[in-house]
Design a protein around this ligand. Structure first.
Ligand code: C2E
Ligand code: CA
Ligand code: CA
Ligand code: CA
Length: 277
């Protein structure tokens, strides 16, 4: 460290400064990603386990960076929250997913769509108006839309319940995502106007799937059933998973077995294959 003025230090650490520079560049690029048309929406199939048909998709965002290639939402969503662009990006995501699903509906494919909502968006003042206006602009019927929420440590459940009830009143479904991994799941179930429970993939995916987790999955499915919630299993990767989920009467399944997230055009091309799984 070299002292530049009394009490302040300039730190010369090439490792740290490279990472910092990288982070700052990424932030700067993210501010422009939307206006430069670099964001894309992918769709992952959701299959009804009793009929084996594709009934909907989860919309998952991608950032196609001109130099770095495809950047995962696991990386850029937290960054977007940090630098305050999540509201814009979230609105774009909702609009894009609703517009695409409306197009499918018009072709007679009555898919629903699940769109992820960042906890930061729930605090957004005009969330309900924004959602209402997106439905109006895209013409999607509210019953085909679900919003997925995740648990956060600092949640104000009273405020959330109020907003989510207004969204429910529009006819939109509310799903609790990554269920079973948070600290506050029971309070969420108790306080919020939910319609769907989505079992986290860490109970199901190949590397975690065992009799202990199977018992937990069965318990979550029963719990959802008691509460009259639709239940979705995420991370379904094998035929064995499907057989088990059918015996415990899980409603919907989503995972690499049925398909990875794909662009809208590619999803349609995969349709015959998805239905055969
Ligand atoms: P998530 O909502 O839990 O989405 C599921 C993630 O699991 C997706 O990762 C998906 O590609 C992956 N996945 C699905 N099936 C399987 C499987 O069978 N095996 C394995 N190993 N993985 C599977 P992805 O697309 O990278 O998204 C990561 C997270 O980013 C999402 O987790 C969600 O929290 C967030 N995200 C994605 N799109 C949006 C968005 O539009 N808005 C917001 N706020 N968050 C988003
Ligand atoms: Ca999700
Ligand atoms: Ca999830
Ligand atoms: Ca049920």
């Amino acid at each position: 460290a070299k002292q530049v003025s009394k009490g302040s230090y300039q730190i010369y650490n090439p490792g740290i400064s490279r990472r910092l520079k990288n982070q700052l560049e990424l932030e700067m690029d993210l501010r422009h990603a939307l206006s430069r048309g670099e964001l894309a929406m992918y769709y992952q199939p959701q299959v009804d386990l009793s009929s084996g048909t594709l009934v909907g998709t989860e919309a998952l965002m991608r950032w196609v960076h001109p130099q770095r290639g495809v950047i995962s939402p696991g990386v850029f969503i937290p960054l977007a929250e940090e630098i305050g662009v999540i509201e814009e990006i979230g609105e774009w995501a909702l609009k894009t997913a609703c517009r695409q699903t409306r197009l499918w509906n018009e072709k007679g494919l009555l898919f629903h769509v699940s769109v992820n909502l960042s906890p930061k968006q729930i605090f957004q003042d005009n969330l309900v108006d924004m959602v209402r206006s997106v439905l109006k602009q895209t013409g999607l019927a509210a019953k085909f839309l679900q919003l997925e929420i995740t648990e956060t440590a600092d949640a104000d459940l009273i405020m959330m319940s109020k907003k989510l009830s207004e969204i429910r009143d529009l006819g939109i479904g509310i799903s609790i995502d990554d269920f079973g991994t948070g600290y506050n799941s029971m309070n969420y179930l108790k306080s919020l106007p939910l319609t769907q429970l989505k079992i986290d993939q860490s109970f199901i995916r190949k590397d975690y799937y065992n009799s202990h987790n199977m018992a937990l999955i069965r318990t979550f499915v029963d719990l959802a059933d008691e509460l009259d919630l639709e239940v979705v299993a995420e991370g379904v990767e094998t035929g064995e998973h499907v057989r088990f989920l059918k015996t415990v009467k899980c409603d919907l399944a989503q995972g690499y077995l049925f398909g990875r997230p794909l662009s809208a055009a590619n999803l349609l091309g995969q349709l015959p294959i998805i239905s055969k799984q």
